[in-house]
Design a protein around this ligand. Structure first.
Ligand SMILES: *Cc1c(COP(=O)(O)O)cnc(C)c1O
Length: 455
């Protein structure tokens, strides 16, 4: 039997709770600090930016947090998402390994991002918020929040990194189709944007800059809040529906994972996929190897410093302890736009420090090579970001072949690449280059890390 196998759950199997790994950690992560005082921040410090329900989730220690029924009702449109056994890929690789993938590209926006966009819009609506501002890199997050805003009747303003705004007009068109306003960042709409454009009118933007612009606008108005598509604890938690479903589906398949692989930008799909398994391990369950794969051109987990840093380039956010390349670090251009963030989710940085996960970095051409191989075997064209997870899974499967052992490898295919076909065209034309980041620039960005009094 070489055809791929699909493991489907019933609508009733959509998780009733999100999973919060805080409850199972052997040691709590370092506190978030106020940049002015250097003291730990409290819920009230975040109130200008987020509704209190989300702030309370951000600091919650409860293991399970109930998913509101209206959110589960929206989830029903594409959840539970399928888990596949990639038998044709196994055959193409000639590996004794078993390869499974969870597919999050079935959501309306084509990635895992609506898993958190929908609850974030829901809680903002409940709090009477009229408008949400946000940033987007490749456009996946912006289009997911635009979709959620349309469902709940909230105006969405998206600051899109200018290089992507120009390169990915269809993502912008998707956001506008859902009714959102999409602005190229840096822009003239904010003080911070104007200050950057005065210095350099050709500034092509970065995620850190777009976050600063979105935060600046949200902080100015009572009816406007801000939403982040990754990095924060509550965002990672909303994504755990991925891992919770995967555990059930593997049970259906009569299997259990030896290795889990996911790609990491800010860390949300990786955390959502792996934290439920790590939680089970921390409570005495099955041990599993967990591998985070990141781009070699923006390698926060493998080359960054574990230090307190700002979440944005304009230094408007609190200080969080994370693996960072420095908030002013500008990664070279590469196609996995969703992975071009200078930092990493504090919770992922923390589990990395605790030795619970491994990390590795790959250049983009090796990732596209894996993505094309996957598409030819399984039929799904992965997003450039997801190609990092595909590469990681294929390398583990090839190692199994070399060693003549079978292992069960499960990876998260976090999105499809239908809006990224120019990247594939460039890959086939041999135009993709594997750029290294500039060591001097990294040293400079790291030298600029904020000084923090010893906690
Ligand atoms: C946004 C995005 C990412 C990166 O974000 P994470 O928070 O690390 O998951 C990866 N893949 C896809 C398809 C995305 O849209």
């Amino acid at each position: 039997m070489t055809d791929s196998v699909k493991y489907l759950l019933a609508e009733n199997d959509i998780p009733k709770d999100w999973y919060n790994i805080m409850a199972d950690l052997p040691k709590p992560p370092p506190p978030v600090l106020h940049p002015g005082t250097g003291n730990p921040i409290g819920p009230d410090d975040l109130a200008p930016l987020f509704p209190m329900s989300l702030i309370l989730q951000e600091v919650s220690q409860e293991r399970n947090i109930e998913i509101p029924q209206p959110v589960r009702d929206v989830y029903k449109q594409w959840r539970p998402s399928p888990l596949y056994r990639a038998r044709r890929l196994e055959k193409a690789l000639g590996t004794p390994a078993k390869i499974y993938y969870k597919y999050e590209g079935v959501s309306p926006a084509g990635s895992h991002k609506p898993n958190t966009a929908v609850p974030q819009a829901f809680y903002n609506k409940e709090a009477g918020v009229k408008r949400i501002t946000t940033e987007t890199g490749a456009g996946q997050w912006g289009s997911s929040l635009a979709f959620a805003g349309a469902l709940f009747g909230i105006d969405i303003t998206v600051f899109m990194v200018k290089v992507s705004y120009n390169q990915k007009p269809y993502r912008r068109a998707l956001m506008e189709t859902y009714g959102a306003k999409c602005i190229a960042s840096p822009s003239n709409e904010t003080q911070y944007g104007r200050s950057l454009l005065e210095k350099d009118p050709s500034n092509m933007g970065s995620l850190g800059i777009a976050i600063s612009e979105a935060v600046e606008v949200a902080a100015q108005r009572d009816d406007t809040k801000y939403a982040l598509g990754s990095v924060l604890n509550h965002v990672l938690m909303h994504q755990t529906v991925i891992g919770i479903e995967t555990m059930k589906q593997l049970e259906m398949a009569g299997d259990a994972p030896d290795i889990l692989v996911g790609c990491t930008g800010g860390g949300s799909n990786f955390a959502g996929f792996t934290f439920p398994f790590l939680g089970s391990q921390l409570r005495g369950g099955r041990k599993v190897r967990v591998i985070a794969v990141e781009p070699a051109a923006c390698p926060s987990l493998t080359r960054g410093q574990y230090a307190y840093d700002f979440g944005d380039t304009g230094h408007m956010t609190p200080l969080v302890k994370m693996h960072t390349l420095g908030s002013t670090f500008m990664p070279p251009g590469f196609h996995a736009g969703g992975l071009r963030y200078h930092g990493m989710a504090p919770l992922i940085s923390h589990v990395k420090e605790l030795g619970l996960i491994e990390a590795r970095a790959y250049h983009q051409t090796k990732c596209f090579e894996a993505g094309v191989m996957f598409a030819r075997a399984e039929g799904i064209v992965p997003a450039p970001e997801a190609n990092h997870a595909v590469r990681g899974a294929i390398d583990e499967a090839l190692k199994c072949k070399q060693e003549g052992v079978s292992r069960t490898i499960v990876f998260n295919l976090c999105g499809h690449g239908h809006f990224d076909m120019q990247a594939y065209t460039d890959y086939f034309a041999g135009k993709l280059v594997d750029q290294d980041y500039d060591e001097k620039e990294l040293a400079m960005a790291l030298a600029g890390l904020p000084a923090v009094k010893a906690a």
